[in-house]
Each structure stands twice: as C-alpha cells, then as structure tokens.
Design a protein around this ligand. Structure first.
Ligand code: TMP
Length: 219
C-alpha cells in the first residue's frame, strides 16, 4: 500500500508595488496558477474588507475631507494600516494558513513601510509591525511612475490620497530600497512589471514555481 502523500506547507505570498503596478490584476492570475497546481488558495488584499479596512478606503478616497478640514494625519494613517493588518491577520490570513490554504495578498507590511514612511517616521512605522507574520515571499512589481499613472488613468481609477507623481516617486524609491535591505520582512524579489499582463504573470509564475520546488512536500 502506498503511504498517503504528505501535504505541502501552506504558503503566504504577497504582491507589492506603486499604484498602477498591476498587483490586483496579477493577484487573480497568481491565485489561478496556484489552483492549477492543485492548491487551495485564499486571495485577499489590504486595506482589508474588515471594519478598519473599510474606513481606510473611505479616507483614501477623500470621503472625510470636508471643506476646511485638514487631511487625516500621516501617523494616524500608519496606525490605521497597522491595525487593519492585525485584524486581517487574525480574522483571515492566520485561519486560512492554519487550514492548509495558501494565502496570496495584494499588499501587506511593505506597503506601510513604503507609503507611510513618506508621511511618518519609518522606525516608528516599523515598530508598529513588530512580531507580525513574515510572508514566505514578497514580489515587488516595479514599474516607472509614468507607466503606472497611465494605467490608472486608462482604468478610470478615482484619484486617491497617494496618487501625486512626487509621492509615487518616493514610494517607488522606498520599495526599491526595502527590496535591497536584509530580509527583515522576509524574502523580497523584484520583477520588472512594465511588460504586458501575460509577460508579468509568466515572470511571477517562474518565481512561485521556484518557491514551491524549494519547499517540496513536508513529511
Ligand atoms: P490599492 O489602490 O492597491 O487598493 O491600495 C490602496 C492604497 O493604500 C494605495 O495607495 C496604497 C495605500 N496603502 C498604504 O499607504 N499603506 C498600506 O499599508 C497599505 C496596505 C496600502
């Protein structure tokens, strides 16, 4: 009798990049790729669909910017993103991983380090993330800001808090710096995301297959 095959360890994979880099499109394709390899997958995103994530979406769209009111402070944004992440982990990510499902997330901690570092002190933003789960792999979709802005415009995306070119340039630089730093937040692989959807997907699939081959089944 053949022994039952050991099940592979559930993986936590994150896609990151500036607005318009393609993380949302690529996340669906990545989930499909994993399913085609026989895995159960939870696709998810931050800001999450939970209560703090919903509040954040409204703030990002300027829904609370009444005439004469100041915008929400950058440190408050950092606290809300950090709180949403812990809520997301506790209610969605950890239960799915514990059930043996892979989790693929459109944004996670690197978003806070890249974006909130523009409007708050980075060491403090890092401290807010102390002790959180590290992804097995983060893929940074790197794209020039002009290409990303063009994609956002074509997609008819509403203007959001961080859309200004100057901000996106700083966020992109922060991401690139993060990707070259020691792997405190897990392994980060940078891919050129200026190609077509299929080209970028193929490059992501290569990285994921490499990760799964490295992992192998656990016994
Ligand atoms: P989205 O447009 O990819 O849905 O993301 C929403 C915006 O929120 C995007 O501009 C990036 C920003 N963001 C942060 O600034 N910090 C974070 O921690 C996360 C998760 C997103």
């Amino acid at each position: 009798m053949t022994p039952p095959r050991p099940s592979p360890r559930a993986l936590f994979i994150v896609l990151e990049g500036i607005d318009g880099s393609g993380t949302t499109t690529q996340l669906e394709l990545l989930a499909g790729h994993l399913r085609a390899r026989g895995r159960q997958v939870l696709p998810t995103r931050e800001p999450s669909g939970g209560p703090i994530g919903k509040l954040l979406r409204g703030i990002l769209l300027g829904q609370h910017d009444t005439v004469g009111a100041r915008p929400v402070d950058g440190r408050v944004m950092a606290l809300l993103f950090a709180a949403d992440r812990r809520d997301h982990l506790a209610r969605e990510i950890e239960p799915a991983l514990a059930a043996g499902d892979d989790v693929v997330s459109d944004r996670y901690v690197l978003s806070s380090l890249a974006y909130q570092a523009v409007e708050a002190d980075r060491p403090w933003v890092e401290r807010l993330a102390d002790g959180i789960r590290t992804p097995d792999l983060t893929i940074l979709l790197d794209v020039p800001i002009a290409v990303a802005a063009d994609r956002r415009q074509r997609a008819g995306r509403p203007t959001e808090r961080y859309d200004a070119d100057g901000t996106q340039e700083r966020v992109r630089e922060n991401y690139r710096r993060l990707a070259s730093e020691p792997a405190r937040w897990g392994k980060v692989t940078t891919l050129d995301a200026s190609g077509t959807v299929q080209e970028v997907h193929a490059a992501i699939a290569v990285e994921i297959d490499r990760l799964m081959d490295r992992e192998g089944p656990i016994s």
